[in-house]
Design a protein around this ligand. Structure first.
Ligand SMILES: Cc1ncc(COP(=O)(O)O)c(C=O)c1O
Length: 629
């Protein structure tokens, strides 16, 4: 939007219709956890129409009760209905107004409807009413030449961003964002307002590839794998959706193997990244001190470590999961002067030699080409016996550690995933994890939690071990820590373990500064309170319920998981692969995991909407039905 347009908005807002400047904040069905929690009904019985002046009182009441919207006088809402009804919508349930969208057309730009406020009665939230009102408005105005919708959203209002991103997705168009008003525009402490624009219904701009598509077979190595499960040419991605070069859309239930917990190209993170690049912020910084790194460290300490009472030093290893694992193993060996590491059945810790040595999968271990030594696999929770409330698998570990005749060398460390993602979504009980931590503490063995895949909120809390109330000696983080899918990793350890010599675990790409920027903004956006965590638990429950239904209805199917890492387990491994393949044919990206690829593993973005979740779960249910009949 040009500056003069911005002035027009300001002028219109100040024309005196409302007496004072209203806050163009948007709330509605997607508004944070309260809505997620309530998102169980549907809006089928709700009707929509043009508001009349008599509706103004109810609109005012809904805005007042929202406690979020800037409230104008009741007269302002009545007047709005008279003068801007044609560009607004009310939702009615049994004749009663339960929601509204107030919009206006600028005389100078009749192709654009500007949405001022969206509000839905508390007991109607979570049913998709806000999205349907926006659809209704756009559809009504389209025939008279309106081709785009604009609104303003403050930078930290992820729920409203998701609401309008959903509109863009349904219309198969772009959503763009640009600066509109900085806090300097406002006399009070009002935050910035960014302008979001949703375009005309059309396929996103498609590209014509300038290469021969066979290049992947002819030039790229046979080692490629995901492209075999998902044979498509992907080009763009937004939120939970990926699009191919010819405009086909796929709902992404894999989220970069857990690297995209906040979805693809999250607009808040994207803006921070673009701003940083535009001002020539350092991109490559080795391990030099930079503003981007300092700001990240500060935020990490304030939002993550301090509130959890965690006193960790932070190491930036090479920017991958495998590299943080390598650094953890090296550090544990250096600190203790011992060689051996205890790992667990079906563990996965990465593809480099040290990480492979503590990984279970025989095919991946075989790739090493040399003996993988100095690790001792032990049964993971429930490996030997189904959960009976006892820690019988754990007793075995305790026994061999304490038996001088067991042949086990005293280990430097135990490395564990609280939920084994690649290993088949195996969930360790909190009691098992506590017993393991206790065993390590009493025997002077370091406890390493590999939170590469399950950290950053995947199971609900930021760290997956929080549920057990334990404090590992060393923690590995990567995948979603940058928040934007950019390479970044952290190794956290207790200060007394910081025995590194300068440069002892070096690496050229440890200073991926744009990743530090998005990582900081992700923490600011999603971890300032427990909204995301609570929403993750609610959505995880939703997935679990859908899977439990399938397990009850079909022979040889079960389910397990924690938070938004959930697995649908098939006794007959072949069925899991077929379900994923059918799901792909129907526009859904899911992958298998487990030693025999017998588990359909779900790792959707934590920011996925409940509608999107239901859409994908329906595809999976249909695929399960097909392969089961
Ligand atoms: C628990 C765990 N650790 C380590 C890794 C390795 O991470 P990367 O592929 O970034 O090396 C993974 C990857 O899936 C993982 O799930």
């Amino acid at each position: 939007m040009s500056l003069s347009d911005a002035h027009r908005v300001t002028r219109l807002v100040n024309l005196g219709i409302f007496g004072y400047l209203m806050r163009p904040t948007i709330i509605g069905t997607t508004s944070h956890a309260a809505n997620d929690a309530a998102n169980s009904g549907n809006s089928d019985q709700v009707e929509f129409r043009v508001p009349e002046p008599a509706d103004g009182t109810r609109m005012w009441e809904i805005a007042r009760d929202s406690k979020v919207l800037d409230l104008n006088s009741s007269y302002a809402y009545v007047l709005w209905c008279r003068d801007f009804g044609a560009s607004s919508v009310v939702a009615l349930d049994d004749g009663r107004v339960v929601g509204f969208v107030s919009g206006y057309l600028r005389p100078a730009d009749p192709e654009t409807v500007f949405v001022w406020q969206v509000a839905v009665d508390a007991d109607q939230r979570g049913k998709g009413v806000a999205g349907r009102m926006l659809d209704e408005l756009f559809e009504r105005l389209e025939p008279q030449g309106v081709v785009r919708l604009e609104t303003t959203i403050s930078p930290d209002n992820a729920a409203s961003q998701a609401l309008f991103a959903g509109l863009a997705r349904r219309r198969k168009t772009d959503i763009t964002q640009q600066d509109l008003f900085s806090p300097d525009h406002f006399p009070d402490s009002h935050e910035a307002e960014d302008l979001y624009t949703v375009g005309h219904k059309q396929w996103r701009t498609t590209v014509t590839p300038t290469f021969n598509p066979s290049i992947f077979e002819t030039l790229e190595s046979d080692v490629r794998s995901y492209c075999r499960s998902w044979p498509a040419l992907f080009d763009t991605a937004q939120g939970s959706w990926m699009r191919t070069e010819d405009g086909k859309e796929y709902l992404d239930f894999f989220a970069g193997a857990g690297a995209l917990n906040y979805g693809h190209n999250n607009p808040v993170l994207k803006k921070a990244l673009i701003d940083y690049i535009s001002r020539d912020g350092v991109t490559h910084g080795l391990d030099m001190s930079t503003v981007a790194k300092g700001e990240f460290l500060e935020r990490f300490q304030q939002s993550i470590l301090r509130p959890r009472g965690l006193d960790y030093k932070v190491q930036f290893p090479g920017p991958t999961g495998a590299n943080t694992v390598e650094s953890a193993l090296k550090l544990a060996r250096k600190v203790t002067g011992r060689e051996s590491i205890i790992n667990f059945t079906n563990a996965f810790h990465g593809m480099t030699l040290g990480a492979l040595s503590v990984t279970g999968n025989s095919m991946k271990r075989g790739g090493a080409g040399i003996p993988l030594v100095h690790s001792t696999p032990m049964p993971y929770d429930n490996y030997l016996s189904e959960s009976d409330g006892e820690n019988s698998d754990f007793d075995w570990l305790e026994r061999v550690l304490d038996d001088s005749g067991s042949g086990i060398n005293r280990p430097a460390a135990v490395i564990v995933e609280t939920v084994q993602g690649e290993g088949g979504v195996n969930v360790a009980r909190a009691s098992w994890l506590r017993a393991l931590a206790e065993l390590c503490a009493t025997r002077d063995i370091l406890l390493i939690v590999d939170d590469v895949q399950m950290g950053c909120g995947r199971t609900g809390p930021f760290f997956s071990f929080e549920v057990a109330g334990i404090t590992p000696d060393i923690v590995c983080l990567s995948k979603s820590i940058s928040g934007y899918g950019m390479p970044m990793a952290l190794t956290l350890f207790k200060p007394e373990l910081d025995v590194w010599e300068p440069g002892e675990h070096n690496g050229t790409f440890r200073g991926n500064n744009p990743a530090f920027v998005t990582a900081r903004v992700a923490l600011e956006t999603f971890w300032a309170d427990d909204t995301l965590q609570r929403a993750t638990m609610v959505k995880g429950e939703r997935i679990h319920n859908a899977f439990a239904k399938l397990a009850a209805n079909y022979e040889g199917v079960s389910t397990r998981g924690r938070g938004m890492a959930q697995g649908l387990v098939f006794n007959d491994a072949g069925r899991a692969g077929k379900v994923c393949s059918l799901a792909f044919d129907n526009g859904l990206l899911t992958e298998t995991s487990g030693p025999s690829d017998e588990v359909v593993k779900l790792l959707p973005a934590l920011t996925i909407t409940e509608d999107e979740l239901d859409h994908g779960l329906k595809i999976l249910a249909e695929a399960t039905d097909t392969v089961s009949s």
